[in-house]
Design a binder for this molecule. Structure first.
Ligand code: PLP
Length: 351
């Protein structure tokens, strides 16, 4: 058996090392756990697991459309937004085509591109920020997709509406722009792009969001894409019939109205952010101001060594070597107790 050429150099995903009992601030999950409304719904609906799920995620798409002032035809739901990335690449990339993103961003853009035989081109990043002009400079006749991450994982930085609209006006209409907004609910700056308002003007734009962060449903695997009807119709051709399971659909629909959980999560994130900024300042550590639920911080020592030491002390964080930073880590903003524990451990290993 000969596997496809584009898969030969791909390395299967290796999940992060987890230490039993350790506090996990490594994957930007919600430290408050699951939305209680979603949890209750999962319990209530467990008995329906013998049935196939709704293959069109009709109720969930309706609830999302109503919340976002869209129509259900503007929305496609995936088994996590990771899967929506694969729908986009599977719909647009032929072997030899290329996609463009920035260096030091989410790795799944490259994975989805390579899966279909595409080539990933990288624009440089400056001060932890996407350089949209550098991306424009790299577009050629074989470019099919541009992947943007706003706020960016792992730096937490963002680009504003003005920059984004100027960029969109220069991108050829045949090049799809994926605007990955996995962390948008945490963003507080007023000039953040209201990207879903632009999907009719720019029919090549798709906005991705997820239930894995603010709504505390990473283990349920629900994410969605928002674009004009025709693009969504075509993306559905790359989607398997029952891709989102029955409990995930129920949980996601319930979580959408869990305002109390959402508000508590956002308040805790803001407080944690301030606490960690203060601690980093007093420790003399440089970091990027974040628009998300994690912070990128330079620790002035090998991040893989720091990762091992912190894990020994009972906490897991994300070392950023694979993103191109030898001496930086990404820490999920946790509960106050978890943040204090992290800071104590960090002080301990930095002496
Ligand atoms: C920027 C970004 N996009 C997408 C995802 C994937 O989210 P999901 O759990 O919906 O697949 C993540 C997960 O960490 C992420 O950081």
């Amino acid at each position: 058996m000969e596997i496809r050429a584009c898969l030969k150099d791909l390395i299967p995903y290796t999940p992060g090392v987890l230490k039993e009992g350790a506090i996990k601030l490594a994957s930007n999950e919600n430290p408050l756990g699951v939305s209680p409304k979603a949890q209750q719904k999962i319990t209530e609906c467990a008995g329906n697991a013998s049935l196939y799920p709704d293959g069109g995620c009709v109720a969930l798409r309706k609830a999302l459309a109503s919340k976002l002032s869209l129509t259900p035809e503007n929305i496609i739901v995936g088994n996590g937004s990771d899967e929506v990335l694969i729908f986009v690449a599977g719909t647009l990339i032929e072997p030899g085509d290329n996609a463009i993103t920035s260096e030091s961003t989410f790795s799944e853009y490259a994975y989805a591109t390579h899966l279909y035989g595409g080539i990933m081109k990288y624009a440089p990043m400056k001060n932890g920020c996407f350089q949209l002009d550098e991306i424009l400079n790299r577009i050629d006749i074989n470019t099919k997709i541009i992947f943007l991450c706003n706020p960016n994982n792992p730096t937490g930085t963002y680009f504003n509406n003005d920059t984004f609209v100027k960029f969109m006006n220069k991108v050829p209409s045949g090049v799809c722009v994926v605007m990955d907004e996995a962390y948008i609910e945490y963003a507080t700056n007023k000039d953040f792009p209201p990207s879903i308002e632009l999907i009719e003007k720019f029919k090549n734009l798709i906005v991705l969001r997820t239930y894995s962060k603010l709504y505390g449903l990473a283990g349920m695997r629900v994410g969605y894409g928002i674009a004009n009807n025709e693009f969504i119709y075509n993306l559905n051709k790359a989607r398997s019939p029952f891709n989102v399971n029955i409990l995930a659909q129920e949980a996601a629909t319930a979580a959408l109205s869990d305002n109390d959980f959402v508000n508590r999560s956002l308040t805790m994130n803001e407080a944690g952010k301030k606490y960690l900024y203060n601690c980093f300042d007093s420790m003399g550590l440089k970091y990027y101001k974040t628009e998300a639920n994690f912070i990128f911080v330079y620790i002035n020592q090998d991040c893989k060594v720091a990762f091992e030491k912190l894990m020994e002390l009972g906490i897991t964080i994300r070392p950023l070597k694979s993103f191109g930073f030898n001496d930086a880590i990404r820490i999920t903003i946790g509960t106050q107790e978890q943040n204090e524990f992290f800071i104590n451990c960090l002080k301990n290993i930095l002496v």
